[in-house]
Design a protein around this ligand. Structure first.
Ligand code: FES
Length: 158
């Protein structure tokens, strides 16, 4: 991990105002922000650890736990909610044995719930990485995730 941190730190001066971009780059490099990495960042930008931890927990874009290879985001905005997002959520949680924000044991998927993603016409909607799947019902959701898993296991485009 130290090597990854050094790579990131090499592009910065170690100033306080670099905290957020440094955290972003560290997350990109390691995949999330382990506690030890945040301590090193605090030392690097010469800020108290508590302040750095505070910033990392405040912004939703920062992840303090390892995340899965693929991110499933279920829209829980109004249109999707009205059209049954809760049933889709149940299906995903049962199927993958995860809770919101959780990651499957095999580290394949992290499951998140988000506000309207602007595809209300397709409600209820979920995304897997950068792909959008709409007009879902529990059955279609299960098939979609299975198919996505098979396609990515083959190394092809999902
Ligand atoms: S409410 Fe789900 S896409 Fe808008």
């Amino acid at each position: 991990m130290q090597e990854q941190l050094n790579t990131v730190f090499a592009s910065y001066q170690g100033e306080k105002n670099e905290l957020i971009p440094v955290l972003q780059d560290v997350q990109e490099e390691i995949g999330y922000l382990p506690e030890e990495a945040m301590r090193e960042v605090a030392r690097f930008v010469r800020m108290p650890e508590a302040k750095v931890f505070g910033v990392a927990t405040f912004y939703a874009r920062f992840h303090l736990e390892p995340r899965g290879e693929h991110i499933i985001r279920l829209c829980c905005g109004t249109a999707c909610h009205v059209r049954g997002a809760a049933k889709i959520a149940d299906k995903i949680k049962t199927m993958l044995d995860v809770d919101v924000g959780g990651t499957t044991e095999d580290m394949n998927y992290t499951y998140e719930e988000v506000a309207c993603i602007g595809a209300c016409g397709l409600a209820p909607v979920m995304t897997i990485d950068d792909k959008t799947f709409g007009k879902l019902d529990p059955d279609k959701t299960e098939k979609t995730i299975k198919k996505f898993g098979e396609d990515s296991a083959e190394g092809g485009e999902a």
